[in-house]
Structures are given as structure tokens and as C-alpha cells.
Design a protein around this ligand. Structure first.
Ligand SMILES: [Zn+2]
Ligand SMILES: [Zn+2]
Length: 444
């Protein structure tokens, strides 16, 4: 906590030094005003209603990973209207925009753009118009909030002490879009990157996060177990892959229960079992598939190795052959999402100023995964959850539900957090007023 208070003081100090307080015509030096002002700006109908319009438009036309062509076009059209320069295409459909001096320091804000292969079951005016596809994870809201932040930041561009980098990323849902953005080489010299996810598990006006591991690393596997098919009534002439696969699945459950430190949370789940089509036939082969999760790279790699050994070894016991595929190309593994400790202190101070310290919650790690983790392997990064639950509203379903709904009242909170996290961090890195206002050129 010592760090937290030191930071708040530093922040106020830097702010007080500035001849023109950032994003304000007031000369107040109180920390509270600095960021509540951002929330007022985001709640202005000019920004708020505009964000809602964008979010609904994207919601009506959901696009899956690396197919976000219309979403990307909409983003670029809005950036053009705002006069914000950007790079495109980055990682197929991605857009990377720049606001500020064009000079270091660089602070990045990230929004994911992809939808899910899910039929929307919510009946409302802006329901998905694409059968079998839905923004059921709130990425439509994430795009709208980052554009809202861009609108505010652009309006105050000459007060930005460096460059805010806007990362509109494709394919978060298992496609490794973050990795592709990094591989494209457009992000360099980033001092910090921030990302958020809207959730119904916290009330509106609250955020939650933690220092260190927040989401597990996630990988997938698929295995084909080959036997020899034949008549179900004459099993001695066949090699039964159904029984072999059943034993494989039971043995896989022993990895976590018997080999893993109970204090190091890990998961192995088989979610797919396909084989056979008749009551009286032993099939030739069975395919199983699943996911595995862990909070450290070492545990993750150990799981991966043991999954392969158990599948091939246990299949051999049953006289079958097995091949295991970790789907590295189609579903690249996502590392654990690990929040930088210094950024946690920074986040607490900024979010506390914006929302009140009691509305910044400490959360337990979750076994879900987030490909934001790829950025954190390269730059200091921080990810947090943004509450949208409203006690007076109906119950909001979890992400990935066909009944998932967004409480759009949360949009200004996300936009204001983006603005304050980026602008205040640049102010912290570059408090000297004399460097503000350099010529705009793209150094990334
Ligand atoms: Zn999702
Ligand atoms: Zn998501």
C-alpha cells in the first residue's frame, strides 16, 4: 500500500507542475478532479450516444476471428472522421491508431473485435442479423469504448505527453490475434499496455483485478485413437478404440489429481468424444479433444507433455495407436495472463480516483484465459474487469451465453478508464511540459 500512496502523491505533484492541467481548464490540483473529469467527458451524450450507436451497429453484424472486415472498416471510418492516423491491415483485419505527439513514450490500449459462433437468443431491436454468429463476449462494447476514448483523447491531443497507441485486435476467441499483432511488428517501444473486459459479475462503476496471474494459460488438444473395427458381437476380432478412449479419458483425470501440486491450480477437461455410429459396430477410430489450463508456463508445458504421454501410452495398453495434435496453428496456446506488479499500484490509484477506492476490487484468479497475455510477455501489461451489473436491471447472463446482454451504461466507465490510464501514464513518464507539442511523426 506504501507504493500506492507514493504514487498518488507523485501523480498530484506532476499534475500540479503542469502549466495546463491535462484535459482540464481548471487549475485545481486535487487528484479526484483529474479523472472524474474524464468520466464526465465520457458521459457527455456526444460521446456516450455515439458509443452506443457504434456498439449496436457492430452487434448487428458480428464477425468471427480474422473475418472482422466490416467491423474493421467501421473503426477506420470513425478514425478517419476523427482525424486519427492508423496502420492497416495489421494481422489481417487489425487496426493500430496513434494519438498524440507521435514521439515516445508510447502507451497502448487494446480492444478485441471478434464475435462467437453462437445463435443470439435475445430478442431486441439490434439483435445479430447473422444467423449463428453473436457478440456474446462483449467485444462490440470493447471496440465502442476504445473509440470513445479515442474521441476524447483526440479532442485533447495537444495535452498528451507522448503517444497513445490504439490496438483494435482480431481473433481473441482462440485465434491468437494478439500474437499476430505482435508478429506484425507494429508495436515497439511500448511502455505499458492496458486492456479490459466487461463482465456482469461486478456492479456498474466497479472494476476488479489483481497483481500477478489473473487468468490461466490455455491450450487445446485433439487425439485420434485408432483400433480395428468389426462386429460388436465378436469383439475378439476387433481392437476397440471406444474402450481405449474411455480409459485414456479416465487416465487423463489422474494427471491433475495425482501428479500436480494441489496448490498450483490446473485443469484438464475432455469436451469432445466422437466415435462410432451404430449399436452393433466397433468403429475403427475415436477422436477426443479438450483443453488444459495452468497459471505458469512450467506447469503448462508439463501438462502438455503428460497429456501426450498418457494418451499414447494408455492407448497402447489397449493395443491402439494414438496421435495427439495440440492445434498450434488453428488454436495457438494462450500464455497465463500475468499483471505487472507496478502497474497494479498505478491502476489502483487511477481507478480509485475515477471510481472511488471502494469500487476497485481485488479478484481471485480465474481459470479462463485471455490472449492479452501475449502482449504481457513483451511489454508491461495490465488487464482488468469492468463491472456492468445494475441492481435495478434484470439478471445479466455470463459471457458466451446466447442470452448475453450488455448494460450500455458501462460504456462511459470503460472509455474514461482508457483515457485516464493512458494519459496519466504518459504524464508520469514524461512530466516535463517542454516536450509536449513535438511534431507529429510516426516512430513506432
Ligand atoms: Zn470470450
Ligand atoms: Zn471476451
Amino acid at each position: 500500500m506504501g507504493f500506492f500512496f507514493k504514487w498518488v502523491n507523485l501523480f498530484v505533484f506532476f499534475h500540479f507542475l503542469a502549466a495546463t492541467p491535462i484535459f482540464s481548464d481548471s487549475s485545481s490540483s486535487s487528484n479526484a478532479f483529474v479523472t472524474t473529469k474524464f468520466l464526465d467527458l465520457a458521459k457527455d451524450p456526444l460521446v456516450f450516444d455515439w458509443m452506443i450507436g457504434i456498439r449496436r451497429k457492430i452487434h448487428e453484424n458480428p464477425e468471427l476471428g480474422y473475418e472482422e472486415f466490416e467491423t474493421s472498416k467501421l473503426i477506420r471510418t470513425e478514425l478517419d472522421k476523427l482525424g486519427i492516423s492508423y496502420k492497416y491491415p495489421v494481422a489481417v483485419t487489425g487496426v493500430v491508431g496513434f494519438i498524440g505527439t507521435g514521439l515516445p513514450p508510447f502507451v497502448a490500449l487494446r480492444a478485441d473485435m471478434d464475435a462467437l459462433p453462437l445463435q443470439e437468443m435475445v430478442e431486441w431491436e439490434h439483435k445479430s442479423k447473422v444467423p449463428g454468429k453473436m457478440h456474446a463476449c462483449g467485444h462490440d462494447a470493447h471496440v465502442a469504448m476504445l473509440l470513445g476514448a479515442a474521441k476524447i483523447l483526440k479532442r485533447h491531443e495537444n495535452e498528451i505527453r507522448g503517444t497513445v497507441v490504439l490496438v483494435f485486435q482480431p481473433a481473441e476467441e482462440g485465434g491468437g490475434g494478439a500474437k499476430k499483432i505482435l508478429d506484425a511488428g507494429v508495436l515497439e517501444n511500448i511502455s505499458a499496455i492496458f486492456g479490459l473486459h466487461i463482465v456482469p459479475t461486478y456492479p456498474i462503476g466497479e472494476v476488479a483485478s489483481r497483481s500477478g496471474p489473473i487468468f490461466a494459460g490455455s491450450g487445446f488438444f485433439e487425439a485420434t485413437i485408432n483400433g480395428r473395427g468389426g462386429h460388436a458381437a465378436i469383439p475378439q476380432h476387433s481392437i476397440d478404440p471406444i474402450l481405449a478412449a474411455s480409459n485414456v479419458i479416465v487416465s487423463l483425470q489422474h494427471i491433475v489429481s495425482r501428479e500436480v501440486d494441489p496448490l498450483d491450480s490446473q485443469v484438464v477437461t475432455v469436451g469432445k468424444f466422437q466415435g462410432g455410429g451404430a449399436f452393433n459396430v466397433i468403429p475403427d477410430s475415436v477422436t477426443i479433444g479438450g483443453t488444459f489450463r495452468a497459471f505458469s508456463k512450467e506447469s503448462f508445458m508439463q501438462l502438455r507433455q503428460r497429456i501426450e504421454q498418457v494418451i499414447t501410452g494408455q492407448a497402447a495398453v489397449q493395443r491402439c495407436n494414438a496421435t495427439v495434435n495440440f492445434l498450434d496453428d488453428e488454436k495457438p496456446f494462450s500464455p497465463p495472463t500475468v499483471n505487472n506488479g507496478d502497474l497494479h499500484g498505478y491502476f489502483e490509484s487511477v481507478a480509485g480516483s475515477l471510481l472511488g477506492v471502494n469500487n476497485v476490487k481485488e479478484m481471485q484468479p480465474l481459470m479462463g484465459s485471455e490472449d492479452f497475455a501475449f502482449y504481457q510477455e513483451v511489454f508491461p501489461g495490465y488487464f482488468f474487469l469492468l463491472g456492468m451489473d445494475n441492481a435495478s436491471n434484470e439478471h445479466l447472463e455470463s459471457p458466451h451465453s446466447p442470452y448475453f446482454k450488455i448494460n450500455e451504461d458501462a460504456l462511459p466507465y470503460g472509455a474514461a478508464l482508457h483515457v485516464s490510464l493512458a494519459s496519466s501514464y504518459l504524464l508520469k513518464l514524461n512530466p516535463d511540459i517542454s516536450v509536449v507539442g513535438g511534431k507529429h511523426h510516426d516512430e513506432l
